[in-house]
Design a protein around this ligand. Structure first.
Ligand code: NAD
Length: 388
């Protein structure tokens, strides 16, 4: 029964490191364990450091990290000493676990930080993911993963070289309504899906100016909100599209939207002839909708993509989309921590982020040229509700 004895605190880190490097199999009896999660010492959860303390970190991720079972907020990376002091006090973070953007690389020497979560403007994701990889940390990167396919590939290569887990902050893959859309669509519960529709947008008020600065954002609402429509259609249909067409909406405010699009309508075409019509905008408030029309019925979510209040209906009033709303970020964070602890693949890997960046680039190319753009060469990865 010695195989079942938990490691000593000092050997635990080596064990986790071996697991994360994929060498866990060399540890005698590792597979006989009921669950390596049981090895977490009481009170010890994987430590997460948030990089960038803006709206999403403040309003969603830090509160979610109070609810997680397998990880906790242990550190922050911020350019503001005042914010660092405030977060230390509010979340009980040790001063030694606080970094600024220059000192960030010293995180390599900090065993209290297992996971780095990059929550910066889009164009900064690549640099901080690569630096976190070089520091030997597991990484979650916010969406969109990168502002170019080249950056996305570079990030994946750096994480592979480091031998650490890498995921994108795709919270809806852990959300019951969206998971049920995947199951209903991919399982053809209403037969073949012929048409999908999705929209997501809001009236931009310039509260986060980097979002309309192309150098920092990589693009406008398509990168920010449209990515949910794109993914929703793919994970409901269960196929990667073979081509896209797109059109920018007329620009209602050329001063505000002088670098990024104000909105875009696009169409995805699938190999079996199905079509998805999608729309995103910074000039229009939309509830966020995801609908599938299939051979024998329809099913839809509205709102589909928010942090809460999601609701769905089916043509036969089956009640299959009457589901609870949960803390999506806590579920996402705990799943990643579980993947690290059990050396399991994440269902939202960097490759899924790369696929979406490839498709976003194709949609921009289609809108700019007015031509249909073939997407057969993008990563052929379909979102799943579980990797087990
Ligand atoms: P934000 O503007 O509120 O926060 C960005 C943070 O980055 C700020 O603390 C800012 O000080 C810091 N920063 C560091 N260097 C900067 C620079 N050069 N320019 C501007 N800011 C800089 O943005 P946010 O809404 O928190 O978004 C951050 C990331 O999270 C984005 O990639 C966004 O797409 C993503 N996000 C994801 C979700 C989701 O539901 N998954 C929701 C919101 C945002």
């Amino acid at each position: 029964m010695t195989d079942l004895l938990p490691p000593t605190p000092s050997s635990r880190r080596d064990f986790l490191r071996a697991l994360s490097l994929g060498t866990g199999a060399t540890l005698a009896g590792a597979s006989a364990l009921a669950s390596p999660l049981e090895w977490l010492a009481p009170g010890r959860k994987l430590g997460v450091a948030l990089v960038g303390l803006g709206n999403y970190s403040t309003g969603q991720l830090a509160p979610a990290l109070r609810q997680t079972k397998f990880c906790q907020l242990a550190g922050v990376v911020t350019g503001s000493p005042a914010k660092a002091a405030q977060w230390q006090q509010q979340y009980g973070i040790a001063a030694k676990n606080c970094y600024d953007y220059k000192t960030f690389d010293r995180i390599i020497d900090n065993p209290a930080i297992d996971i780095v979560y990059v929550v910066l403007p889009n164009a900064l994701h690549a640099e901080y993911v690569v630096r976190a990889a070089q520091a030997g940390k597991h990484v979650i990167c916010e969406k969109p993963m990168a502002t170019s396919v080249a950056d996305a590939r570079h990030m994946i290569a750096a994480m592979r070289k480091a031998g650490r887990k890498f995921s994108v902050g795709y919270r809806l893959h852990f959300e019951p309504h969206n998971q049920e859309m995947m199951r209903l669509g991919q399982g053809q519960a209403y037969g073949k899906i012929n048409h999908l529709a999705a929209d997501n947008g809001f009236q931009f008020n310039n509260g986060t100016p980097w979002r309309v600065n192309k150098k920092l954002s990589g693009g406008g609402p398509l990168m920010d909100m449209g990515i949910y429509c794109l993914q929703g259609c793919i994970y409901t249909k269960g196929q990667v599209p073979v081509s896209v067409t797109a059109r920018f909406i007329p620009n209602p405010d050329p001063v505000l939207f002088n670098e990024v699009e104000a909105g875009v309508n696009w169409q995805l075409r699938f190999a079996d002839g199905a079509v998805a019509d999608c729309r995103t905008s910074y000039a229009e408030n939309m509830p966020g909708r995801l609908r599938a029309d299939a051979a024998t019925g329809w099913f839809e979510l509205e709102p589909a993509f928010g942090y809460g209040g999601l609701a769905g209906k089916t043509s036969d009033n089956s009640g299959k989309l009457n589901l609870p709303n949960i803390n999506q970020q806590a579920a996402q964070l705990d799943d990643f921590a579980r993947c690290v602890l059990q050396n399991q693949p994440t269902r939202v890997p960097g490759e899924l982020g790369l696929r979406d960046v490839q498709l976003l680039e194709a949609i921009y190319r289609a809108a700019e040229t007015g031509q249909s753009v073939a997407t057969k060469d993008v990563v052929q990865l379909i979102d799943r509700t579980s990797m087990r």
